[in-house]
Design a protein around this ligand. Structure first.
Ligand SMILES: Nc1ncnc2c1ncn2[C@@H]1O[C@H](COP(=O)(O)OP(=O)(O)OP(=O)(O)O)[C@@H](O)[C@H]1O
Length: 547
């Protein structure tokens, strides 16, 4: 569902919250600043009237002094407006980033398992950045534009009601009608541009992640040509946005000249009819012509707004996204007495994966799960960790549906090892300690020994203190996997979930790890997925999933 510009704006405004007083300061500075700027040519007009001998009641010295004061005030007020406006904007960007990260925490892990990481990165980086336009260059200018135009209309009305009506029509046309009409036409373009940008980021990120495959299979040229095609398309979209921007600008400038001319003609007509004096023509004409600044700012803002609204919409869509699984912050903290899948059926968006599966997990035993690739083995573990909830049936731990168990308590009961372990750019020791933050160095070493990785770590330049990043990606799949196992061993959680934990290991290391697992079975329950018969041999019972 596409939101309206007003709706997006209202939602983004709500986020302003406690910064409203500072926004008021920005608006006051802005209005006074514009009035000081407009006053300069008007005062010039009065000097002209005095010079031409048409109004000798004026005091030229006072007027010249007032011009100087207005000029200085203009600078100071503009500075104050900019500084307070940008303070709000950057403060809010920090708040928004925080909100996005909180949302990602809420939506993870299901959201991060998906394929649109490039899109997420675009939202976190450029979309949020673009909202600066809204907070620093939209809200205050709109209010400043309205107030300044009102004051100027009242000022002109002091000379003539008719001229004031023309001025009001001019402000409304330039500041409201033109921006609304042109932004309606260009809104789709703004959205399309941001979307294409997201698609290109995703594709680019994908190509970088798969660089080895790209080189190995020689598809660099094809990837590059797709990237240039996408860039080309993006350029086209940007061009049409720019064209739109040009037309908007031309329209508003034509309107400014047109209305000033109409006001002048109307003024002359009224003067000929004897309804106003010569100063009644001159001062309102100068006043109108020099007071379009704030409303012109509004018509130009609509061009940036197209992209800003598109960014705002993408951000709000993410913030509003419903999590696949809601975190349980209250809930029970059971002691582990066993687990199981009870007549569960589960489908991802793409279609059914598991149907009517019931498998008990008995405490203190090793349950092996086999099945063809894609039959849903890893999905079973993800259901047990509550990355997703099954559509029917229930996943249970200690006889309770895991939907009623406190999520943090649930995580505390489990450890999880996959085929590819992610290592953070930190020391090896810190990477193992992720399993248990308060573990002593002795415990870290004991876990590494169990995972058959201690000797390898000791061969590194700084042993356990070696930074993973400094190894420049030289860790093999098997070494990483063993560090992942050490993490799981150190956690000492009652339920270990192992998804192909030996897939990258040679027979020797596999044997050491299986022995360690066998010794771990005391007080521990293990769910083990493997295609390897040698690994499966340690399972007490094996469940085979049929497709
Ligand atoms: N996040 C996801 N969104 C949509 N479909 C998914 C997702 N993750 C997995 N699938 C699909 O669900 C099915 C089961 O996947 P799963 O990873 O559980 O299989 P598996 O038995 O562990 O396979 P393998 O032995 O190859 O690891 C597959 O068809 C897979 O494409």
């Amino acid at each position: 569902m596409r939101r309206s510009g007003l709706n997006i704006m209202a939602r983004l405004m709500v986020l302003l919250g406690p910064l409203v007083p500072i926004m008021l300061v920005t608006i006051i500075f802005g209005v006074l600043g514009f009035l000081a700027a407009i006053a300069i040519p008007i005062l010039g007009g009065y000097l002209l009237l005095y010079g031409m001998g048409m109004d000798q009641s004026l005091n030229p010295g006072l007027i010249t002094g007032a011009v100087a004061v207005c000029a200085i005030l203009r600078g100071l007020l503009r500075y104050g407006e900019q500084i307070s406006g940008h303070y709000i904007a950057f403060k809010l960007l920090a708040v928004l980033r925080d909100k996005v990260f909180q949302t990602l925490r809420r939506l993870a892990p299901a959201k991060l398992e998906g394929r649109d990481k490039g899109n997420l990165i675009a939202i976190i980086t450029s979309d949020i950045e673009l909202l600066e336009v809204f907070y620093a260059h939209t809200i205050a200018p709109v209010v400043i534009g309205v107030i300044t135009s009102l004051i100027m209309t009242i000022f002109i009305a002091a000379y003539s009601g008719t001229l004031a009506c023309i001025a009001a029509a001019a402000y409304i046309t330039v500041g409201l009608i033109i921006p609304i009409v042109t932004s309606r036409i260009g809104k789709r373009q703004g959205m399309e541009y941001r979307d294409s940008f997201g698609v290109l980021s995703s594709y680019f990120l994908d190509s970088l992640s798969g660089l080895k495959e790209v080189i190995q299979y020689g598809c660099g040229k094809q990837r590059l040509s797709t990237i240039s095609e996408m860039t080309h398309e993006l350029e086209g979209k940007q061009k049409s946005l720019k064209k739109h921007e040009g037309v908007t600008r031309a329209l508003s400038e034509a309107a400014v000249l047109g209305f000033s001319f109409v006001l002048l003609l109307a003024g002359l007509h009224l003067q000929t009819a004897g309804q106003i004096s010569y100063s009644g023509v001159l001062i309102p004409t100068i006043a109108l012509f020099s007071s379009f600044g704030p409303v012109i700012a509004l018509s130009q803002l609509s061009n940036n707004l197209l992209q800003t609204f598109a960014s705002g919409e993408r951000l709000l869509r993410l913030l509003d996204e419903q999590e696949t699984v809601e975190e349980v912050t209250t809930g029970s903290h059971p002691k582990f007495t066993g687990a199981g899948w009870d007549n569960i059926s589960f489908a991802y968006d793409g279609g059914a994966v598991l149907e009517g599966i019931s498998i008990p997990v008995t405490r203190g035993r090793i349950l092996g799960i086999t099945g063809r690739s894609g039959s849903g083995k890893s999905t079973l573990l993800k259901l047990l960790m509550r990355f997703y909830d099954p559509q029917t049936g229930s996943v249970q731990i200690s006889g309770q549906d895991i939907r009623v168990i406190n999520t943090a308590a649930l995580r505390g009961l489990q450890s999880y090892v996959t085929q590819d372990t992610f290592l953070f750019n930190d020391t090896i020791e810190a990477n193992i300690r992720i399993g248990r933050a308060d573990a002593s160095p002795e415990l870290v070493e004991a876990a590494a020994r169990k995972a058959s990785v201690h000797e390898f770590i000791m061969s590194l330049p700084e042993g356990y203190r070696t930074k993973v990043g400094e190894l420049g990606g030289r860790l093999s799949g098997g070494e990483k996997q063993r560090i992942g196992l050490a993490r799981a061993f150190i956690r000492q959680s009652p339920l270990m979930l192992l998804d192909e934990p030996t897939s990258n290991l040679d027979g020797f290391n596999e044997a050491i790890i299986l022995k360690a697992l066998d010794q771990e079975r005391e007080g521990r329950t293990i769910v083990l997925i493997s295609h390897r018969e040698s690994t499966m041999n340690i399972a007490d019972e094996v469940y085979h999933i049929k497709l």
